[in-house]
Write a protein that binds this ligand. Structure first.
Ligand code: ATP
Ligand code: MG
Length: 558
């Protein structure tokens, strides 16, 4: 392999300390509090309307130590144990995960909306022995852990506003609340014997989004996570604002929200307003109420914001929107910024397997078409289908090497061998890197539509379709045509509800004619259209194309 075809990040290298995550995070936070703020600012603010709950650094430190001690003495959590975290976004999320990690145990965050079967899969696959959950998830957890771990002894819950008492009345015997477990006794704190142990110990086992199949458990070491926090912070801190306040709405069970939002942004001096889940009017209300300066979103939300007709809220304080998780078209960026000239959208790109950040646009050097510049300490190469390394600037599969590449998939030796080769993580994404270090992601290898030997990227067609005023949402997938022995691009369309549409099919036909006149002939939607009410997406906002492909809805093939 020619070394000159491996692109090394052009951003200044950073030193990554060999510390466990809680030690690193709290020591960095103490510095921030000392040097950045004249009076202490809350780290986390509850984003529920009329709630006055806030969490300051000192409180967090005390709670973490006491919770770790309680889990050690009263529940028997020990180094090496796996603890499931089944929580919606809450100001106590990091208190729980950092306390677990102080013990040298590992957290595996799960979607609190999972069904009992889905949770059972993650709990048994990761080997979790304990679970920390929301009261709303307890009855599901009881079913999920039956026969795997003792209930309620090995389960803890985090009280949430209002509902806790009523919900818990149904739970007999009931798990303990984290607050009843806080204890001051000394406990055996995670003390890595040597650097090797630190690199072998997962801080998190984060499951991928399950867009292309079953979610896979990426083991992220303390070192991986510390590295990615610092890689993210090196760029995020340039989006400065005094009294920086972030609206934290991404799910914390996904590595994007967990690492690059909840761990990184407090280290940039930001207070995080934690929203339980996305709701447009609460989102806008929170921006005005807390004078929010920045937020991290996924493309469907940015698209909805760009298409919003009117709003009663003043969101002029919002300066930065970081977008990630799936492709965002430059036309959506343009329409959002035209509507709100005070906002600048910065795209980033990453994978659960890379803790997750790989690239992020740098203020002052943004390229609207790119998913950002390769983050510090990372190397990138692009390979063809036969794994030959291509020259810089060519398009192929994006591969990365660096300190944030996962240790491997938990209990999946073969899958790990196929994704990490020669120290490089093979992303399965198609794209290129240019000589300035900007990464361009075209689409996933698996999702490219192959029409008569041409490749069609669904994300490109979707980006154009979203510009049409009658299109609210859309997804393009390949459908196999046995007569022509090739895949044909087919669109699933959600039409704008505001319009008084008498004949949705004729509107959809117009939309298809419109797009077919705008794209090269091989990209035309020869597979026809299907009008739907909603595009299926997973919790990280990604289109579930496999669900659409499998759907048997009849369509108009033209
Ligand atoms: P699974 O691996 O289980 O099928 P997943 O790949 O969707 O699910 P994640 O790790 O959450 O799980 O997502 C990583 C993927 O998201 C990337 O491989 C890429 O395809 C996509 N992605 C992330 N950011 C961007 C971006 N800015 N532009 C385009 N695609 C992106
Ligand atoms: Mg993936």
């Amino acid at each position: 392999m020619k070394d000159s075809n491996i692109f090394k990040s052009r951003l200044p290298s950073i030193e990554i300390p060999h510390q466990d995550l809680p030690t690193f995070w709290f020591s960095q936070m103490r510095q921030i509090n000392l040097f950045m703020h004249s009076s202490p600012r809350p780290v986390f603010i509850d984003g529920i309307r009329n709630s006055h709950e806030r969490l300051y650094l000192k409180q967090m430190q005390t709670m973490c130590l006491q919770l770790a001690s309680g889990m050690f003495h009263d529940m028997g959590v020990r180094a090496g144990d796996m603890v499931g975290i089944v929580l919606p976004n809450t100001i106590y999320y990091l208190v729980c995960t950092l306390a677990v990690q102080m013990l040298g145990a590992t957290c595996t965050p799960a979607n609190p909306a999972y069904t009992a079967d889905e949770l059972r899969f993650q709990i048994s696959h990761s080997g979790a022995k304990f679970v920390i959950a929301a009261p709303t998830a307890l009855s599901t957890i009881k079913q999920a852990v039956a026969g795997i771990l003792p209930y309620p002894q090995n389960v803890l819950y985090v009280p949430t506003a209002n509902h806790t008492d009523t919900l818990l009345n149904h739970e007999q015997p009931c798990p303990r609340s984290i607050f009843t477990l806080l204890c001051d006794k000394p406990f055996s704190r995670f003390q890595p014997q040597d650097l090797k142990q630190l690199q072998r110990t997962p801080a998190f086992v984060c499951y991928s989004s399950g867009t292309t199949g079953l979610p896979k458990g990426a083991m992220l070491s303390h070192y991986n996570v510390v590295a990615n926090i610092l890689q993210g912070v090196s760029v995020q801190k340039q989006m400065t604002a005094s009294n920086r306040t972030t609206l934290a709405v991404l799910p914390l069970f996904h590595s994007f929200g967990l690492v690059l939002m909840a761990h990184s942004l407090p280290l940039c001096g930001s207070s995080l307003v934690i929203m339980r889940s996305f709701d447009m009017s609460e989102f806008l209300y929170n921006i005005e109420a807390h004078r929010v300066t920045d937020t991290l979103l996924v493309p469907p939300v940015i698209n909805a914001l760009a298409k919003l007709n009117s709003s009663e809220w003043d969101i002029s304080s919002l300066k930065w929107v970081i977008s990630g998780a799936s492709p965002l078209s430059s036309s959506t960026i343009k329409s959002l910024e035209l509507k709100y000239p005070h906002i600048c959208v910065m795209q980033g790109y990453g994978l659960t397997e890379t803790s997750p950040g790989l690239s992020l646009n740098v203020p002052g050097r943004r390229n609207q078409l790119s998913s950002g510049e390769l983050l510090p300490n990372l190397e990138c190469k692009v390979v063809d289908d036969k794994n030959n390394v291509l020259s810089i600037g060519s398009t192929g599969e994006l591969c990365f090497r660096g300190p944030n590449i996962m240790m491997g998939y938990i209990n999946e030796y073969d899958a790990t061998k196929h994704i990490i080769m020669d120290g490089f993580l093979h992303t399965g994404d198609v794209g290129r890197i240019d000589p300035t270090g900007h990464v361009f992601v075209t689409d996933r290898k698996k999702e490219l539509i192959k029409f008569n030997g041409f490749q069609v990227a669904p994300a490109e067609i979707e980006g154009i379709l979203l510009q049409h005023p009658l299109v609210r949402d859309c997804a393009v997938v390949g459908t196999f045509c046995s007569k022509r022995q090739t895949e044909l691009p087919r669109v699933f369309l959600v039409l704008n509800q505001d319009e008084k549409l008498h004949d949705k099919n004729s509107v959809a036909e117009q939309v298809v004619e419109w797009i077919n006149s705008k794209v090269a002939y091989y990209k035309r939607l020869r597979g026809g259209f299907v009008v739907v009410d909603e595009i299926p997406k997973n919790a990280s906002g990604k289109v579930l194309r496999r669900v659409l492909k499998e759907s048997t809805v009849s369509s108009n093939v033209s």
